[in-house]
Design a protein around this ligand. Structure first.
Ligand code: ZN
Length: 171
């Protein structure tokens, strides 16, 4: 994936905005909808990611987008202490997780990991999380699946109260 300083990122000093091109536009649009999609070749039925215009297996151009469960397992990870691209200092250090999709573990998708680094281990069950960066950009993150850490920071289930928030109907 290439990066470009987009105009909309101007409100986030130091943030490098992903470049959305013709091929990858459906992927980025799906993240806005809280879905993780990959391409499926209409010629050989192979799932593929990242998005591209031609199937690397059979060279057919036609494909469809298929919504994945968002689940996967941790294949590998790295902790970024010294960023090689412009990064807001407050974000450092951060962890990038390489995750094998549940539907096809040959597909490995890198994204930032939300959670304590101490829980990272090969094969850790993870699930997709969606972070709105701007009004028109949502990025994929990974987080631990099941148990503690199922929801990301600031996310609450329907009806769940934040600490100190009065119960519904309370005076
Ligand atoms: Zn194909």
């Amino acid at each position: 994936m290439t990066c470009d300083q987009g105009a909309a990122a101007a409100s986030l000093p130091g943030f490098v905005r992903p470049e959305v091109d013709h091929d990858s536009a459906p992927f980025w649009a799906s993240l806005r909808d809280r879905r993780l999609v990959v391409q499926r070749c209409t010629g050989c039925r192979t799932l593929r990611w990242p998005f591209r215009s031609v199937c690397a297996v059979c060279r057919v151009r036609e494909c469809t987008e298929e919504t994945m469960s968002g689940d996967g397992t941790l294949y590998s990870w790295t902790v970024i202490h010294h960023a090689t691209v412009p990064t807001p200092p407050a974000l450092l250090p951060y962890c990038v997780a390489l995750v094998a999709l549940a539907e096809d573990p040959r597909i490995l998708i890198p994204a930032q990991y939300d959670g304590p680094r101490g829980e990272l281990c090969s094969g850790l069950p993870v699930t997709a999380a969606y972070h709105d960066v701007t009004d028109d950009l949502t990025v994929l993150h990974w987080r631990r699946r099941g148990g503690r850490g199922e929801r990301g920071l600031g996310e609450r289930a329907a009806g769940e109260r934040a600490a100190g928030e009065p119960a519904a109907g309370a005076p």
